[in-house]
Design a protein around this ligand. Structure first.
Ligand code: ADP
Ligand code: MG
Length: 623
């Protein structure tokens, strides 16, 4: 094209495209859901702008927020068009030539080794999946702020952008034309496309139309020529009809003759049900639908099911509907930059209109692993995102979301047969439902346990609720995870405190002299071996009126010993000698204690100072 400006793809994009083109990946279907998802995003954007400025939508067809799919069998082109926000020339160059999101190179690497493209949408590069099925792609786009432009590329490391002087004006939005590869001709089949839209794009909230063929009966005048050629014209009629017609012909020769012929016409056929799933009654939504909705929401098309979900309506001053999901797996970067950013994964809608998926006022940081959405009836529609962020209802929404999220997680534990006591276990084990829930809480804990700990540190209001969700191993848990409630139920008569010890590993701690006496006396001690546990225990002071006691710290009381006084008296002189001998060391005090059984002496840290483990952690952080 004469007016084309040529550009080279960013090196990373080029590499990605090479992989896609040469991929033997069998599920090529995914390109369609990526394109529809982009169209839906673009429609969300223009609808959001129209809340504060109606003009942006324009008039007539232009104002219709929809997606259209068309097939051209002769030219072997599949095109997808939306009336979304569109792209300016600059947008085309930037969005379809470079990769904005971080973590993409990790994805490219992973894809190269695994060959699995299923997660492409999560990495902000879904568009390039078009090259799974096309060898040449044109993107025609019209944004309100610019003229119509065409982006085109044959995936040869370069793309071109030109002002569009050939195609019909789009009004506004984007049309993507895929020139299908020879081996991808199946995507010219209407039936195939209908099936794909059903399968992958069920939860798109804009109408998706297919320019679909339809056979219709049409009455046409039967002219002389044709009626003389009886065989051909009556092909589609049954012989009875023929006879009838012949008879009536004889009866009324003057009546104008007509005949029925099959004609192929085209019309827009609606492929999806645009009613949002979260508006439906939870009782009428099946588990399978929740799972599928989760997959489309999280762009996670692996087969794994979310671990739990909650779908509810909040009523009262602040009304909203919400859906929360616990993903089956934690993303690798869940705790990356934890304290500096708030990467919430909740989508905010106001009265069905998508507002944002970057709203950080909906959930506290520690719950950022949840996926889901909130649709509020109370928030105002016609204000900017910044003003919404300040709205007083958000506090109430947040409070309720936290409560529901924690309920959902507690329920996951309650329903897991592995979590119940052995006796109850036997009763539950029978049902298949409980089989499905078996081990699910352990799975949750392994993926997201750290988030619960961070919650205890950060969220004083819900500290007790969160503490109930804690799991750990102890001197008596036999390699299994246990909870504070279970610990308390096993406490010895007269035991006042909850004993714990911190360190790098269970194996190391099991040898600790601090445990000698406690183990001998049959007390249970919790092992805290995660670095975050040291911080955790600075915030978790007590649980159900029981204090936490670090057994390596001063102040450990393991019941009274009748010989205590006697011992103190008889070792008085030795004690004095120790104190003077260690006077130049960093030692606060020397005490007679009953905490040991075999080891003669041990270094204990003071009650309010750092534990030895904490010292170790702090040191490793500054090095
Ligand atoms: P993602 O959708 O995750 O951002 P994609 O690779 O699918 O990643 O798309 C890249 C970018 O191209 C989008 O963020 C968007 O800015 C732009 N884009 C793609 N398709 C469209 C479209 N139909 N309308 C407007 N912009 C689009
Ligand atoms: Mg996309």
């Amino acid at each position: 094209r004469a007016n084309a400006e040529k550009f080279e793809f960013q090196a990373e994009v080029s590499r990605l495209m090479d992989i896609i083109i040469n991929s033997l990946y069998s599920n090529k279907d995914i390109f369609l859901r990526e394109l529809i998802s982009n169209a839906s995003d673009a429609l969300d954007k223009i609808r959001f702008l129209s809340l504060t400025d109606k003009e942006v939508l324009g008039e007539g067809d232009n104002a219709k927020l929809e997606i259209q799919i068309k097939l051209d069998k002769e030219k072997k082109i599949l095109s997808i068009r939306d009336r979304g926000i569109g792209m300016t020339k600059e947008d085309l160059i930037k969005n379809l030539g470079t990769i904005a999101k971080s973590g993409t190179s990790a994805f490219v690497e992973k894809m190269q080794s695994s060959g699995d493209l299923n997660l492409i949408g999560q990495f902000g590069v879904g568009f390039y999946s078009v090259y799974l099925v096309a060898d040449y792609v044109e993107v025609i786009s019209k944004h309100n702020d610019d003229k119509q432009h065409v982006w085109e590329s044959k995936a040869d490391g370069a793309f071109a952008v030109s002002e569009d002087v050939w195609n019909e004006p789009l009004g506004r939005g984007t049309e993507i034309r895929l020139h299908l590869r020879d081996e991808a001709q199946e995507y010219l089949d209407e039936y195939k496309l209908k099936e794909l839209v059903k399968k992958y794009s069920e939860f798109i909230n804009f109408p998706i139309h297919l320019w679909a063929s339809k056979e219709v009966d049409e009455e046409v005048p039967a002219d002389e020529d044709e009626s003389s050629d009886e065989d051909e014209t009556s092909e589609s009629k049954s012989s009875e009809e023929e006879e009838e017609e012949e008879e009536s012909d004889k009866e009324d020769e003057k009546k104008p003759k007509t005949k029925t012929v099959k004609k192929t016409t085209y019309e827009w056929e609606l492929l999806n049900d645009v009613k949002a799933i979260w508006l439906r009654n939870p009782k009428e939504v099946t588990d399978e639908e929740y799972v599928k909705f989760y997959h489309s929401l999280a762009k996670d098309f692996d087969d794994e099911k979310p671990l739990a979900w909650s779908h509810f309506t909040a009523e009262g001053d602040v009304e909203f509907k919400a859906m929360l999901f616990v993903p089956p797996k934690a993303p690798q970067d869940l705790y990356e930059g934890y304290y500096n950013s708030n990467k919430s994964n909740l989508k905010l809608y106001v009265r069905r209109v998508f507002i944002s998926d970057e709203f950080d006022e909906l959930l506290p940081k520690y719950l950022n692993f949840l996926r889901g959405l909130v649709d509020s009836d109370t928030l105002p529609l016609n204000v900017s995102r910044e003003m919404l962020q300040q709205h007083s209802s958000l506090k109430t929404i947040k409070k309720k979301l936290i409560r529901k999220a924690l309920d959902m997680i507690r329920k996951l534990a309650d329903e897991d047969p592995d979590e119940s006591n052995d006796k109850e276990n036997k009763d539950i084990e029978e049902s298949s439902d409980s089989n499905e829930k078996k081990g699910q809480y352990t799975k949750f804990w392994n993926e997201f346990g750290k988030s619960i700990k961070l919650g205890i540190i950060e969220d004083a209001t819900n500290r007790n609720r969160l503490a109930k969700l804690l799991r750990f191993e102890t001197t008596k848990s036999d390699g299994k995870l246990t909870s504070l409630d279970k610990y308390i139920s096993r406490m010895k008569a007269g035991q006042k405190d909850i004993f714990y010890i911190t360190g790098t590993s269970k194996e190391q701690l099991e040898k600790s002299p601090f445990l000698e006496r406690l183990t001998k006396k049959n007390y249970e001690v919790i092992f805290f071996t995660d670095p975050v546990d040291e911080y955790l225990m600075q915030y978790l002071m007590d649980f159900e009126d029981k204090k936490f006691q670090n057994v390596s710290k001063e102040g450990l009381k393991i019941g009274k010993d009748s010989k205590d006084k006697e011992l103190k008296e008889s070792f008085k002189e030795l004690n004095k000698w120790w104190k003077s001998a260690l006077a130049n060391e960093n030692i606060d005090d020397v005490k007679i204690s009953n905490r040991l059984a075999d080891t003669p002496c041990v270094v204990v840290t003071s009650k309010y100072g750092w534990s030895a483990n904490m010292e170790r952690i702090m040191q490793s952080q500054t090095l």
